[in-house]
Design a protein around this ligand. Structure first.
Ligand code: TYD
Ligand code: MG
Length: 455
């Protein structure tokens, strides 16, 4: 048989190219293409069908199945992100920057599952067993019945797992594993894909839940876990700013539960601690009302989360004024600046604009538009908003404010934390339970005139 031709594969999106180039046509990423030897020679000339396969039993849609059994870890934040617990025979990918705390989280999870009666195996490809043991001792987990191994050869790992038949297997990390059937270095797209495929197949066949750890680099230089995302049932990202102690576990894909759910943890000297009330944490350390500071009542997954948005507007010394955003989308900031200029007559030309979500949270909701706009106005006009007010609402390009979902939940959470006022779009379904004094505004120009006396 002819030797399979080498291909060039993008580490970002997995697209295959026939020759190397600096930029991937598929996703536009730069310098992400590397040479790979393909997994197999591809399909043979003869069609597969009707020759040697066996007949697969087919069911119908109406037959009833019991809901998938779930195993809870007693770590409530983790269980919620998983959709109520870990499903048997499922494959989970936990991605995140190096050093963010993935190994710590999963060691704690393994210990919790083990204490709840599950048979857990933790295989580290990065650390020696003595190092993992040392960490476990420091975290107070040494008594948990977790079986520990340090191995990178997939064949040996699978043999071990087949023999042990655990309920849960954690592999830290997928980038360090290598399969001897694939002729490229550990961490390459082909290896990562082949190892993930083997492990997912093992999970489905044996009933063991497999949790894979994957590193993501900001540049995507290493074959990211992106190629694995399609294969697994659940994808969780562990994120947070290095300088902050908060860590957020976010589900971006979940075949067994809602996506976009978050769990909040705090990195302490004794490992990760669960944060049951994130709003209180994100708002702690808030000073007296200052211009540019606004409290946004947001929803993360199924939970309301209050956080502080901070804006700073200062005269620019540069020809192109700066627009710097931490924790929010910079394109969306440009849009709001354009709406403020075009619909309210408030220009930001010649002014540097900085926007920060305090506490290291990242907000993806358009409902933060109005909070951002008021923070920008408050900073520009040097007028502080009332400290007891929360803000939310979406801004359309016409300058009109649009109501957002779960208004009542947002208001309830704000009331719980002692807020008494809210600024919301006209037509919001506020309900009667929260007791907040809600000011409803039809458009951004009204907000500007009413609260800042400008425009
Ligand atoms: P780690 O779990 O090794 O990260 P990852 O597996 O994602 O690369 O965590 C590394 C960081 O966590 C390290 O910088 C130290 C910090 N840390 C604590 O602050 N407290 C702790 O108890 C532990 C175990 C780690
Ligand atoms: Mg690690």
């Amino acid at each position: 048989m002819a030797k399979p031709a080498t291909r060039f594969v993008c580490a970002e999106c997995g697209a295959a190219h026939s020759k190397w180039s600096g930029r991937c046509d598929g996703c536009g990423a730069w310098n992400s293409i590397s040479e790979e030897v393909p997994l197999s020679a591809g399909p043979s000339k003869k069609s597969l069908g009707g020759i040697r396969g066996k007949k697969v039993p087919l069911g119908d849609l109406a037959s009833e199945d019991a809901p998938p059994p779930r195993r809870t870890s007693q770590l409530e934040e983790l269980d919620r992100v998983l959709g109520g617990g870990l499903v048997d025979a499922s494959a989970v990918l936990v991605g995140g920057d190096p050093g963010i705390g993935k190994s710590t989280l999963l060691l704690q999870a393994a210990a919790s599952f083990a204490r709840a009666g599950a048979k857990a195996v933790y295989i580290s490809g990065e650390e020696a067993t003595s190092q993992v043991r040392m960490r476990a001792r420091r975290l107070g987990l040494a008594d948990a019945a977790v079986k520990l191994g340090a191995e990178t050869n997939l064949r040996d790992i699978l043999t071990t797992l087949e023999a042990e038949a655990p309920d849960l297997a954690i592999l830290d990390s997928i980038q360090t594993l290598w399969s001897d059937t694939v002729d490229s270095a550990p961490g390459s797209v082909a290896q990562v894909r082949a190892c993930a495929h083997e492990l997912v197949t093992f999970a489905k066949r044996s009933g063991t839940s497999v949790i894979l750890v994957g590193h993501v680099t900001k540049e995507g230089q290493i074959a990211g876990p992106r190629v694995v995302e399609h294969m697994v049932d659940t994808v969780l990202y562990f994120e947070g700013e290095r300088g902050h102690q908060f860590r957020i576990l976010r589900s971006v894909k979940n075949r067994f539960g809602p996506a976009d759910e978050i769990g909040v943890f705090e990195m302490t000297g004794a490992g990760l601690a669960e944060v049951a009330n994130p709003s209180a944490l994100f708002l702690s350390g808030r000073d007296a009302p200052a211009p540019g500071s606004v409290v946004f009542a947001g929803i993360e997954g199924t939970r309301p989360v209050l956080c502080e948005l901070q804006a700073l507007v200062a005269p620019s010394a540069l020809a192109n004024a700066r627009r710097t955003v931490v924790g929010w989308d910079s394109g969306r900031l440009s849009m709001i600046l354009a709406v403020l200029e075009a619909r309210c007559g408030i220009p930001f030309t010649g002014l540097d604009v900085y926007l920060n979500v305090a506490g290291g949270l990242r907000i993806g909701e358009p409902a933060a538009d109005l909070a951002v706009a008021t923070a920008l106005l408050s900073a520009r006009e040097d007028i502080a908003l009332p400290a007891e007010m929360v803000v939310f609402g979406e801004i359309s390009l016409s300058g009109a404010l649009r109501p957002v979902g779960q208004t009542e939940n947002r208001l309830k959470e704000a009331a719980k934390l002692g807020f008494t006022k809210a600024l919301a779009p006209a037509g919001s379904k506020t309900g009667t339970t929260s007791g907040l004094e809600t000011r409803q505004m039809p458009d951004l120009a009204t907000v500007v005139g009413d609260m800042f006396g400008a425009g």
